[in-house]
Design a protein around this ligand. Sequence first.
Ligand code: SAM
Length: 226
Amino acid sequence: MLYLVPTPIGNLADFTFRGISVLKEVDHILAEDTRQSSRLLRHYDITTACTSFHSHNEHRRLSTLIEEMTDGKTMALISDAGTPGISDPGFLLVRACIEADIPVVSLPGPSAFVTALVGSGLPCDRFYFEGFLPHKKGRATKWQKLSQCEETMIFYESPYRIVKFLNECIENCGPDRMICVAREISKIHEEYIRGSVSEVHADLSSRPSIKGEFVVVLAGASNSNI
Ligand code: SAM
């Protein structure tokens, strides 16, 4: 049996009761980064054995993990923060479990993109999740396609590239397209910066330093003046 367990994206109080009890009860926790997860596990007094499962070893570990779960071992997959599989490892393991007839239980819980989308004030009846844009190859072509996208779009971005992202957004979607940049969701310095792309760009680029984690929610081409 494999459980997919979302973990808090900042505020430890956002962990669900069910998430905590599953992590206490399974035989083994697979964590993207065991050191990163140890703070959360200690906070909730979770003493279950924990090993690493990340993008560099997921292919290698797959067959052993499937054998162990076939033999009856229960496992829970967690990522550093949020929902496993969303811009994080998970998909390969879930697919392998399904192919091996191992039950997969996906728990509801925190994910940065849903929280940002709902708080953005932009339409959330239909949306397109992009996650991280490719750094170089294919980025320009991707922007051309995205500029035509009718639905609200969601991106993950780092503090080092957020201003570059907004510059590209102005070039491809125009300065008046509405946008919301959600920074440090659920943490002490949480903020939602809303406005036209040029307004949000002016705000962020005037800051002496840009820190934290970012989700960008961009209005679709059909909602450009909402
Ligand atoms: N699996 C995670 C989820 O469900 O949201 C996403 C993992 S992805 C590797 C990490 C990115 O998510 C960060 O670079 C940032 O763009 C976004 N993110 C995670 N936590 C955040 C937070 N508290 N505030 C804003 N963005 C966050």
